[in-house]
Design a protein around this ligand. Structure first.
Ligand code: AMP
Ligand code: MG
Length: 333
């Protein structure tokens, strides 16, 4: 068997960068004070850069917030609320109002996307080994067995407790980074920061104006060539979130398998999308939709765009075609 595991580039970065790097900067062009910090959290590299007098205080709050959310929402840390929910064997579990709200938001997006986003897909994600790095192709029987557990309608939230059907497990991996970015923005605001660039593993959220009054320019990766950009978008204060088949994957017998699962089949979603980028005001909304539109494919994605509103998108098809929604300027060189 020709089994070739390609570690995601993010892991390579993790090995190279220091676990925590903090830097006091002076923006060359504008002489504005800036402060930047990088941490490894939620299995990815997160960098927050803030401008102005309150930058350092803001970043300290922001990093604490990221660590708090990782502990709350991780599937693998035993102290997390998600871990407790997943190991309750069909019994109700008391959770914080915050976690309950986030799960409700995920369920709402599942409803709006006809289950393309479904946080109960976790047993399948585990079968494929995407939670760690022990990737494997599960047998059809195993997938069929796990698929019986995948149904967001089985999640019941009653006040401060949540109950899953026996055997069900949830994973907020499709929305947690987006949610964290929104909360980081809140913390920076609280500290009096009004200009920042938040990058949580490629989930970008900009805040305020960029010093020097330029607009923020966010690069969109070329899904077919790791170190190239497909283009960039010029934005004001926005979230820019991408789901791509190049982010976490392995190859076996010449076939590529990636981490975004179609909850209807239990296999990596292969509906004609290589990557989809969502641009919206809310980062958690953008994150949820990036995963959902990836699963849906180009036609359903357009339907979702027309029905749901409050976002724009750039979709690169598996054939290399770029589709952009009406109200964005996607600059390619
Ligand atoms: P993202 O990179 O935001 O698209 O999220 C992908 C992550 O969400 C995966 O690593 C899984 O943990 C989880 N996931 C995969 N497929 C789905 C799905 N269809 N609905 C919800 N979560 C998913
Ligand atoms: Mg997502």
């Amino acid at each position: 068997m020709n089994r070739k595991i390609i570690l995601p580039s993010i892991l390579a970065i993790v090995l190279l960068v220091a676990i925590i790097a903090a830097e006091q900067l002076l923006d060359g062009k504008t002489e504005t004070k800036a402060y930047e910090q990088t941490v490894i959290a939620m299995d990815t590299v997160m960098t927050v850069k803030a401008y102005g007098e309150n930058a350092e205080a803001g970043i300290n709050l922001a990093i604490q917030e990221i660590m708090r959310l990782e502990k709350l929402l991780s599937t693998t840390m035993e102290e997390s609320e998600i871990y407790k929910i997943n190991h309750a064997d069909g019994e109700p579990v008391k959770i914080s109002e915050e976690t309950a709200r986030l799960i409700k938001e995920a369920i709402e997006i599942s409803r709006l996307t006809d289950g393309a986003l479904d946080i109960t897909v976790y047993p399948i994600v585990l079968s494929w080994g995407f939670t760690g790095s022990e990737f494997r192709v599960p047998g059809d029987g195993e997938i069929k067995e796990s698929l019986r557990l995948v149904d967001y309608k089985g999640i019941r939230i009653d006040g401060d407790s949540v109950t899953l059907n026996k055997g069900q497990m949830i994973d907020l991996g499709a929305i947690a980074k987006g949610y964290a970015a929104d909360r980081v923005r809140d913390k920076l605001k609280e500290a009096g920061v009004d200009s920042a660039l938040i990058n949580l593993g490629g989930n970008i959220l900009t805040m305020g104006d960029k010093p020097g009054n330029d607009s923020w320019s966010v690069g969109i990766k070329d899904p077919f060539s790791q170190d190239k950009l497909a283009g960039s978008v010029e934005i004001g204060e926005k979230a820019v979130v991408t789901s791509g088949n190049y982010e976490r994957f392995f190859e076996q017998d010449g076939k590529r398998y990636w981490h975004i699962i179609d909850p209807k089949t239990g296999y990596p979603a292969d509906n004609g999308v290589a990557s989809v980028t969502i641009i919206a005001d809310s980062s958690v909304y953008a994150d949820a939709l990036s995963t959902a539109l990836f699963v849906m494919g180009p036609e359903e994605a357009l339907r979702a765009y027309n029905n749901l509103g409050n976002f724009e998108y750039i979709l690169i098809t598996s054939a290399g075609e770029t589709i952009t929604s009406g109200n964005i300027e996607f600059v390619t060189k």
